[in-house]
Design a protein around this ligand. Structure first.
Ligand code: PHE
Length: 551
């Protein structure tokens, strides 16, 4: 990392603290909104929060921070005081991205840090499954039977990083975690509805081209015939029509008669390169009735879901491992928290290591990143407002499944990376964005976004998920029936010490400390369901402690 980068990163990270110290709490609150913390109630979760149906609604961007005369736009170049933590101790509950970010930053400030991690590994939901790995759910165990190969892995939790998630990407840069492109939107992939187009999957490109064509046709003719309430000057009319002809690929009569943009007849299969035969354009009503426009077709328009995102080369857990390499000495693994108590000037945390009796540890502070569905069952003396916020906190029920297979999507269908969508419970099929051209690949055969699909998935045994995932997948790719194998799945609501995929409730009072107990985790950020949210929530907690210790 260059010095300039580092200065920029430090200053951005610390500007909350500087504002908090110098300008008091209202400034602090506004800065928190800018960092994506305090304003969570107005936009919590975006797509993560809109979990009612099988597919997510497109995310709306977070609201702009309140106008403060411009100071929020330019971070204040100062840092948390480097000795803020001298003679101070903190117990961090959970060695996920939020917990390890707290430890990494607080060690630099001189705090004595201890992370209690309930499982036997660091990373939390940041996990990569490879040959021989074990997946434990509350009522099942699976072993991953993929072949051992650097490209044969499955990220059941976070799997893509948007370009503007600059803090998690900053750590990748700082830690030397290599990144590559994650294709989110591949127009060669498929859109499938059991009730549209006779259940035939449609190439995404043809849906996009025909949607644009039909809408442009409608609008260009309306403008041309002065059918809109709004009247345009002749010059504006000419320009609007010119734009719509370009946007929709209309002919000179303003008709949409199909477009080469939609692709060519037979494009879905290799060995069929008749690039001359144009597809007949779909009718507007058929497009409307397909419902693909609800989110699938426009998924990559949202602020957090671009056409291409980033992924660590070799698996998402390279980020977790990089953090662990730096803070691992502070982690006690397989330490299950049994009570969280306040003391006069600090905290007392009770926990149990594997096979040992309950013991306790006290410290000046606690940062609790334990997911709400787990925390709700840990005895504590939090304020009743904090307790009821934890009690009612909802999580996405999402899960994922993956198969090993011959890369039929590349070899037979010219699909390299990206996502196909279906209205069946599996919701999505993800083609691997690594190892192009190899014989075998890992295809994500289900990513159950919605509550119904997620709950159905959770209630199935791993074997049932494989069989229903295979039959649903074969609606898009008949190869599924004979070729996908070694299926493995993770249903987050069933994973011990997680019990949910990501937070979808309003964080409410949980962004405020309760005495010396602070809370962090993606669920308490404006970027729920993202590692960047976990990092922002960690900064918020660290910042609160630093302010407490320095003012
Ligand atoms: N970040 C996760 C993903 O990209 C979960 C998520 C989905 C969060 C959609 C918000 C919106 O799949």
């Amino acid at each position: 990392m260059s010095v300039a980068d580092k200065t920029d990163q430090i200053s951005r990270r610390s500007f909350l603290e500087a504002l908090g110290v110098s300008a008091g709490s209202s400034m602090m609150l506004r800065a928190s909104a800018a960092m994506g913390l305090a304003a969570a109630s107005t936009s919590c979760g975006g797509g993560g929060g809109s979990d009612a149906n099988a597919s997510p609604a497109p995310q709306t961007p977070p609201p702009p921070p309140p106008d403060d005369g411009g100071s929020l736009a330019s971070p204040i170049p100062s840092d948390w005081p480097s000795n803020a933590g001298a003679n101070k101790s903190v117990i961090i509950l959970g060695a996920g991205i939020a917990g390890m970010t707290c430890a990494f930053e607080m060690l630099k400030l001189g705090y004595t840090c201890t992370i209690l991690e309930a499982s036997n590994r660091a990373g939390g939901r940041n996990r990569t499954i490879r040959a021989g790995d074990q997946i434990e759910e509350v009522d099942s165990n699976q072993i991953c039977n993929f072949d051992a190969d650097d490209n044969l892995y499955f990220n059941p939790g976070p799997a893509r990083i948007p370009h503007h998630h600059e803090f998690i990407l900053g750590y990748c840069r700082e830690f030397g975690v290599a990144l590559e492109v994650f294709t989110n939107d591949n127009k060669a992939a498929l859109l499938h509805s059991t009730s549209a187009f006779g259940g035939q999957p449609q190439i995404a490109r043809s849906m996009v081209a025909d949607t644009r064509g039909r809408i442009s046709e409608l609008l260009a003719n309306a403008v041309n015939q002065n059918q809109l309430d709004q009247q345009f000057s002749d010059g504006d009319k000419t320009n609007i029509i010119a734009m719509l002809r370009q946007y929709g690929d209309l002919d000179s009569q303003l008709n949409y008669t199909g477009s080469s943009r939609a692709g060519f007849e037979g494009q879905e299969n290799t060995g069929n390169p008749d690039r001359e035969s144009m597809l007949s354009p779909k009718q507007l009503i058929a497009i409307v009735n397909s419902n693909f426009w609800q989110s699938q077709q426009e998924f990559s328009q949202s602020i957090d879901q671009q056409g291409t995102l980033l992924q660590p080369v070799g698996g998402m857990d390279n980020i977790a491992k990089a953090f662990e390499a730096r803070v691992g000495s502070t982690i006690t693994y397989e330490a299950v928290v049994t009570q969280i108590r306040k003391t006069t000037n600090g905290v007392n945390v009770f926990y149990q290591e594997a096979g040992a009796a309950e013991t306790s540890m006290s410290a000046d502070y606690c940062i609790c990143t334990i997911p709400a569905p787990v925390l709700v069952n840990i005895p504590n003396d939090f304020s009743s407002a904090h307790q009821s916020a934890i009690q009612g906190f909802q999580y996405s029920q999402s899960g994922k499944m993956a198969f090993q297979s011959r890369r039929f999507w590349e070899q037979d269908h010219n699909i390299y990376g990206g996502i196909s969508w279906t209205d069946q419970d599996i919701t999505q099929i993800w083609y691997p964005n690594n190892g192009f051209g190899q014989d075998e690949g890992i295809i994500v055969g289900a990513y159950t976004f919605g509550t119904t699909a997620g709950s159905n998935f959770a209630s199935q045994s791993p074997e049932q998920r494989i069989s229903s995932g295979t039959s649903q997948g074969s609606q898009l790719h008949p190869e599924y029936a004979n070729e996908v194998n070694r299926g493995i799945s993770v249903s987050w609501p069933k994973v011990p010490f997680q019990l949910g995929a990501w937070g979808i409730s309003d964080p409410g009072i949980l962004v405020n400390a309760d005495g010396n107990i602070y809370f962090a985790g993606e669920h308490l950020s404006i970027l729920q369901g993202w590692q960047e949210g976990a990092v922002l929530s960690a900064y918020h907690a660290v910042n609160g402690i630093v302010i407490n210790d320095t003012t």
